[in-house]
Design a protein around this ligand. Structure first.
Ligand code: TEU
Ligand code: CA
Length: 554
């Protein structure tokens, strides 16, 4: 028996503030911009907004490097603007969760400035400092963003640890005082009324304490060494007890670097750690570091099933994209003019009929696509630049790296939101944007979607409406009924009073699909090709390319 919780029933819409809406013409999205779109979010029908980092930051990694946890990034606005946003969302019954980036801070954070200044500074131990080995760093650990994970700094020549960019020094969770400072800043935002946190790389906060060199296998996937350190559970339990348990909020951790078993331990309700975690296996199907390889539908379906089939003490999350991944229609659908709309709608149905708290990324509701990058100077991402030398040294050419990036770069998801067919897609009134606008904006934009009642946007709306408050669909069991089928993704959601049947043709060819007799009499309640509703009379369905159907038992 699954315990009902409000946060299990939510559809969360992720906003990447830099790219959502610019209000003052400087080419950078901001909080007043988001405020001007609250009605848009409300009309879509989502339940929660997750705001990617909005804190004061020098932007080495677009806000995932925080200089002051209690201040709003100047480019985004003020604390007052934040309060206006929070109240505006709450007035419409929409919750707001914010991004908690507490594995690392910015090197410009006052703690780090103090820590670096001398070995005896009281803040020294807020970060992880080690002496080098002769002229080398303390060990061979690599940074996810290229080069060593160690950087020498300060007057006495020690090195500090940074799993990400060198402007993102890792915080030392072993230090009790640091932990308490973090609890305080969490309370600061919770007391304002935010409804929870998305916790950035939360599985990395407890560091393996031996600091041994990695072997060659380890070097290929440093995240397995870095994640799920010895005191992770202790730290999360303590944070829960001291802070989270005192508020009615939701927490979703980015559980990057582990495996199912480890992830399930941090989200097991009996452990009192965090509520939910993102698993990356399905989203990253076919990914091998910077390469996006071919993948098959059965492979993907098995990963989805594994995420879904968790025990009753855990609750899954489901998402197909975010700000670190390519556009969903470009990866999982078909972004050609012929099938972009149909396959985007199919992905909407997949997203909104899965089991788990659902995360929808900005722009996917209008079918935004990957950006056609033709040269390196069109990218902004620190990850792409930082890893350039390593990737070329490992045998890629600039051309092949660019080709890989065109499939998987994080910047695809970060180009400005396309609001209209006017200047810069209506994102800004100015003449520049911090990252290029996708040239397809005259066709793919919010205005076009709002006007056309058969648009992707309206399809999302209809599905959101079907899902909202629908316990059978939200809590129903998940059963894949054709897991080895190479083209069709078909599954049931078996609720207490009703069963839903989802049939998705994830290919561009027509396919006949046979159904068990038990589905006779099921009613088609929504499909992505037309407004027809029918009943299943024959056990063989003929599905058009990228056709998606949702049936309900009677
Ligand atoms: O991401 C961590 C993470 O898993 C990715 O950065 C991953 O290493 C990369 O995408 C592989 O291609 C979180 C944030 O979501 C990301 O935006 C930040 O850059 C990162 O942490 C550091 O804070
Ligand atoms: Ca702005």
């Amino acid at each position: 028996e699954i315990k009902k919780e409000w946060w299990k029933e939510q559809v969360v819409y992720q906003i990447y503030p830099r790219s959502f809406k610019d209000s003052n013409g400087d080419g950078i999205g901001d909080i007043p911009g988001i405020i001007s779109k609250i009605d848009y979010l409300d009309s879509l029908g989502i339940d929660v907004v997750w705001l990617s980092p909005h804190f004061d930051s020098p932007n080495a990694d677009n806000g995932y490097d925080i200089r002051d946890y209690r201040k709003v990034m100047e480019e985004f606005g003020t604390l007052e603007d934040f309060d206006t946003l929070l109240n505006g969302l709450h007035d419409r019954g929409i919750k707001l969760i914010i991004d908690l980036v507490i594995n690392h801070s910015s090197d410009e954070h006052k703690w780090f400035q103090e820590s670096m200044s001398s070995k005896d500074n009281p803040y020294r131990d807020y970060y992880i400092w080690k002496p080098g080995k002769e002229t080398n760093p303390p060990n061979n650990w690599p940074s996810f963003f290229g080069g060593s994970a160690w950087e020498q700094a300060g007057p006495d020549g020690e090195y500090y640890l940074h799993y990400f960019a060198k402007k993102q020094p890792d915080l030392n969770w072993e230090n009790q005082q640091l932990r308490e400072e973090i609890y305080e800043l969490m309370r600061f935002w919770l007391d304002k009324g935010v409804d929870g946190f998305r916790m950035d790389v939360i599985a990395l906060i407890s560091k393996p304490q031996n600091f041994d060199d990695m072997d060659n296998e380890g070097l290929k996937h440093p995240e397995y060494t870095y994640a799920y350190g010895p005191r992770l559970h202790e730290f999360l339990k303590d944070m829960n007890k001291e802070v989270l348990s005192k508020y009615d909020v939701m927490t979703v951790g980015e559980a990057y670097g582990g495996n199912a078993e480890k992830t399930l331990e941090i989200t097991d309700e009996r452990n009192n750690e965090i509520d939910l975690a993102f698993w990356f296996d399905a989203v990253r199907v076919g990914r091998d570091n910077f390469k996006q390889n071919e993948w098959t539908l059965p492979e993907f379906k098995k990963l989805v099933k594994a995420q879904s089939d968790v025990n009753s003490h855990n609750w899954p999350t489901f998402f197909l994209g975010n700000h670190d991944n390519p556009r969903v229609v470009s990866k999982f659908g078909d972004d050609s003019p012929e099938f972009r709309v149909t396959s985007s709608k199919l992905l909407a149905m997949l997203l909104l009929t899965q089991r788990g708290t659902t995360f929808l990324y900005q722009g996917d509701e209008i079918g935004m696509t990957n950006y056609p990058f033709t040269s390196f100077d069109q990218f902004d991402d620190v990850e792409i630049k930082g890893n350039y030398n390593k990737i070329i040294a490992s045998g890629s050419t600039p051309e092949s790296y660019l080709a890989d990036l065109n499939k998987m770069a994080r910047d695809h998801a970060r180009t400005p939101m396309q609001w209209s067919n006017t200047n810069k897609a209506g994102f800004t009134s100015g003449d520049k944007t911090w990252l290029g606008v996708n040239p397809n904006y005259p066709e793919i934009n919010v205005n076009n979607n709002l006007q056309d009642k058969h648009s992707i946007f309206h399809f999302y709306r209809r599905l959101l409406n079907i899902r909202k408050g629908n316990d059978n669909l939200i809590y129903g069991d998940y059963k894949d009924i054709a897991i080895d089928h190479p083209q069709v993704f078909a599954y049931t959601r078996i609720g207490k009073n009703k069963t839903y049947l989802v049939v998705l043709n994830m290919s561009k060819s027509m396919v006949d699909f046979s159904l068990d007799n038990k589905f006779k009499g099921y009613n088609l309640i929504i499909n992505n090709l037309n407004d027809d509703t029918t009943t299943i009379e024959h056990n063989k369905l003929t599905l058009q390319p990228w056709e998606a159907r949702l049936y309900e038992s009677n």
